[in-house]
Design a binder for this molecule. Structure first.
Ligand code: HMG
Ligand code: MG
Length: 303
């Protein structure tokens, strides 16, 4: 296997993990959780989303969260940004990186952001350009790359065409979203093989949801192909309200455990991350999907 010496983990729990959880965590709880995550060694946290609050009510407090957290030097604090209005609010919240997003299928794009693919591209270009002008970076997500809940298979040539357009806009990284957890390792290899012929591996990240228990296998496949940036959510929280069937993200806890066992450096303290997962699990009032969290609890390894 081609195993990297180290990987970069992008923690998306406070955004992807909470966008589907109505009214469960208070603003103060979200801030406390992000502050805990900041102390685990994670290099990157997507803290919230500056989308329309009517579309995603659980993250309507985005600005209070962005203003309330204690920033640890060296950590990148990112937020999801759909358009110029969102960027205005995100900059008021002093985010380091704007994460723009769109889908590789017309139907999911329309349901999620109310625009066709062609209508979306200029909107994202404006956000990316203005973010860079404001001395921030811009990352892009391409959703439903490995399967759409409405259109099923998504043509590879469309994925390539949109990726090229987004890279031409000067994004610093493209995160390939398996929004509904439909991907398998062979498919991951096919998609990455096509993209890695065109774009540097350092600029591609993967974002797997674990709906069918395939996230770790898919991440390992991506790692084997040279990918070193992985999105994950503490505790395995997550899901997109506009993608039926989408459930938790790859659990950051499980990814870190796997890397530690394999000698791959992540810079994250698994014990501290599990405590943050346990804390949010208690707030949620239900068992979270992370296998390592459940194992640590049953072995009495968490207070
Ligand atoms: P729209 O209704 O088409 O917006 O929504 P509009 O541009 O027509 O504007 C309508 C009104 O909304 C205007 O107000 C705007 O100012 C206001 P009015 O003039 O009528 O008073 N408005 C806003 N207000 C606050 N913040 C904003 C904003 N934008 C417009 N940013 C929009 C379009 C994109 C805003 C909406 O569809 C939306 O917010 N969608 C977000 C859906 C979402 O967050 N989905 C989940 C995240 S994606 C995901 O989970 C996938 C990912 O994890 C990767 C993967 O798993 O694949 C990233
Ligand atoms: Mg997602």
């Amino acid at each position: 296997m081609n195993i990297p010496n180290n990987i970069r983990i992008k923690e998306v729990g406070p955004r992807d993990g909470l966008q589907n959880e109505n009214g469960v965590l208070s603003t103060g709880d979200k801030i406390a959780w992000i502050d805990m995550l900041s102390l685990t060694g994670l290099p990157y946290i997507e803290i919230t989303s500056f989308v329309h609050p009517k579309w995603i009510p659980p993250l309507a407090d985005a600005l209070e969260v962005a203003k309330g957290i204690k920033r640890k030097p060296g950590v990148t604090y990112a937020a999801l940004v759909p358009n110029a209005k969102g960027l205005e609010r995100a900059l008021e919240g002093d985010i380091d990186e704007a994460a723009v997003f769109m889908s590789a299928s017309e139907t999911h794009n329309l349901k999620n952001i109310n625009k066709t693919i062609d209508e979306t591209l200029p909107v994202l270009k404006e956000v990316i350009t203005e973010a860079i002008k404001a001395k921030r970076t811009a990352r892009a997500y391409l959703s439903v790359v490995f399967g759409c809940p409405y259109e099923k298979a998504v043509p590879l040539d469309r994925i390539i065409r949109i990726s090229e357009t987004l890279f031409d806009m000067d994004i610093c990284e493209l995160s390939l979203g398996d929004t509904i957890g439909a991907a398998n390792p062979v498919q991951v290899e096919i998609v990455l093989e096509a993209l890695l012929k065109r774009f540097p591996k350092e600029k591609i990240a993967v974002h797997f949801h674990d709906t069918r228990g395939m996230a770790l296998a898919n991440m390992l496949t991506a790692m084997n192909m040279g990918i070193t940036a992985f999105d994950g959510a503490c505790g395995g929280l997550g899901g997109c309200p506009y993608a039926p069937g989408s459930s938790g993200n790859a659990a950051t806890d499980d990814l870190i455990y796997m890397c530690a066992q394999m000698g791959i450096e992540t810079g994250v303290d698994l014990g501290k991350l599990l405590k943050a997962a346990r804390w949010v699990e208690e707030k949620m009032g239900r068992q979270l999907p992370s296998r390592n969290l459940q194992a640590a609890k049953s072995l009495g390894k968490l207070p």
